[in-house]
Design a protein. Sequence first.
Length: 795
Amino acid sequence: MFTDKEEFKQTFLKRLEMMYGKRFWESTVLDQYNTLGHMIREYISKHWIQTNERYRAEHKKQVYYLSIEFLLGRLLGSNLMNLGIRDVVEQGLKELGIELAHIEEVEIDAGLGNGGLGRLAACFLDSLASLDLPGHGQGIRYKHGLFDQKIVNGYQVELPEQWLRHGNVWEVKKEDLAVEVNFWGKVECYEQDGRLTFRHYDVEKVMAVPYDMPVIGYDTTTVNTLRLWSAEPAKFPLHKHVMQYKRETEAISEFLYPDDTNDEGKILRLKQQYFLVAASIGSIVRDYRQRYGHLQHFHRHVAIHVNDTHPVLAIPELMRILLDEEGMGWDEAWHITTNTISYTNHTTLSEALEKWPIYIFQPLLPRIYMIVQEINERFCRDLWNRYPGDWKRIEEMAIIAHGLVKMAHLAIVGSYSVNGVAKIHSEILKHREMKLFYEYFPEKFNNKTNGITHRRWLLKANPELSSLITEAIGTEWIKQPEQLIQLKKYATDHAFQEQLEKVKHHHKQQLATYIYEKTGVAVDESSIFDVQVKRLHAYKRQLLNVLHIMHLYNRLKEDEHFDMYPRTFIFGAKASPGYHYAKRIIKLINSVAQKVNSDEQINGRLKVIFLENYRVSLAEKIFPAADVSEQISTASKEASGTGNMKFMMNGAITIGTLDGANIEILERVGHDNMFIFGLTAEEVLHYYANGGYHSYEYYHHDQRIHQVVNQLVNGFFPDAYDHFEPIYDSLLAHNDQYFVLRDFASYADAQQQVGATYKNRQKWLEMSIVNIACSGYFSSDRTIEEYAQDIWNIH
Ligand SMILES: *Cc1c(COP(=O)(O)O)cnc(C)c1O
């Protein structure tokens, strides 16, 4: 139905009438979107079934990627592209008087994630399917994804997100495959046939109902599965109020990251984690038993990957099944489990390392807790044998200590592979954060530098640049992104440079139109588009960026001869609802924007834009239009970053610190094609080890810093009163934990370099081409090939 334009049109019209009981001319864009979505799902259903049959027949080892987040964004455009039917559909619709682009715009992003970690999971699914690898995702079908952000008077306001409000055409509910998940209750231990046996009773049952979404590979018939679990009430227990039970059950898959500042919230989050794990492993094991019977060789046919520590209960859950359901002994069960599970660490920020209080964990998951205790006791015994008498080390490495269950420790002990997400991050794990574990299990630790799917972030988001690349070097790069390196020979080619400039300008015009529609601010399309889009966090240092903008503003006001290339600073960022400091920075950006944008004296040389509700679909509009990529985290804090890779792939030049994957970008493009500034990770860590630095010295000795820091509290922003005092205090009273003032001068110098270099158009375009040429390494296809080979052993 998609090979022939006429056939497509006929099928589309007929299907629309059948589905909605109205004529085409009465249909809404939403009706058209849903019709198209249904047609695609039907079209791929044969391949979806065949992919599963093929995996089964070939006894392929399967990998299941468990993640609490999948930040998918929109699916229509990328499915059409991967299936190679975009042109037929676009042309056919055009003849019916419909713009495909309009239909794409009505799709609501599947925003089941916060940021990098969830987007990585989505990029990985795309690469797995596109490389014909047997890999599937398992997650939670949250009714509400990450909140929708509105900016009101410069402040962030959160609204519940409602991605399911018009249904979800991509999913298939599979009620017959529901899995029961047990919470609370008691555990009884008795002897049967000479072995200890456990019975978990008086439990509260929850039904996990799977919704399957097809993951369609690029130019292949492989269709893998993303299974998202929804929580529904099971048999109604008699001892509880029915309505309360229903509410509590449905709450499990209601919100992504419910507030966990109180115990009730903590219980809910732990419930979500066990729910995901028990449902996923329950369905994997059921499937496995149907094929192979017993689970003796489970690890030979199944790999289970846990994306950060949220799904780490997969370890005790698999142990529970092997011990209690299969009747295996501990050693055999442990062998299978620790050869099945692999783990990715995403952060070294200590506040982000999950630790659950026993008083919450034990009552909610009594049998799982017993197993974790046993794992801990055996591990501590092994440690004692290796390090006799070294209590301090054992205490530091224990899984359970001081009333807390440490999930990262459980992850390392119970898995066969622990990977960081960029070289520097993996080194910091090995030699600092997880040093003791590295000494004990050196063979488990490895690095897998993150990547992004070049199909969504270049081919789909930037078709104009993609065509230009293909005209120059042919189509090979689409399947083998590292072929982009061929572009290097065009770096100084004037004709190519000129065309690249045109493409960039086109996207800047489009973004300028979007900005005008959303904010009413007209930006200069020939100014430098300098962009920082990512979650708002102190370590990502949006504050450094905005303080520098304030400094530029001051200079423009004070020195009429100050010459600067016109610049538009663009921000997009959500702050966690309870993260008040981050929200004040959002307000600060907006206050600066208001002041700068309305100042006639500035004469358009400086503009500041905050785009609300940063998400995947907005990101796709922003990256192609960026000239400068802001990657300015405090060195050692950003595990990898993936936004940096999307910018690079679209020809933006990075201004950044030697942190995360920036270091590997630099390795490829060299100092001539990147603006590096600031402290190194080693310097930062050295400062931390020696009690920090004296931020007030920088405040006293650098007039620029003195001025902008004072402006936070001296009435410079009349509408914000004392709102920025905590920011002022963080910089001076609390000694500037993120080295904002320490790196200010170095950053300002680098920014000056950016402006000077941009004036040299040929030089800039050359740099841009080198960046695109070197970006192939950062395709998630390369990352997934490494996981497949080194960790999962899948083919
Ligand atoms: C890529 C991406 C991120 C991650 O950005 P970083 O700069 O690596 O933090 C976050 N959110 C969205 C919507 C993304 O597309």
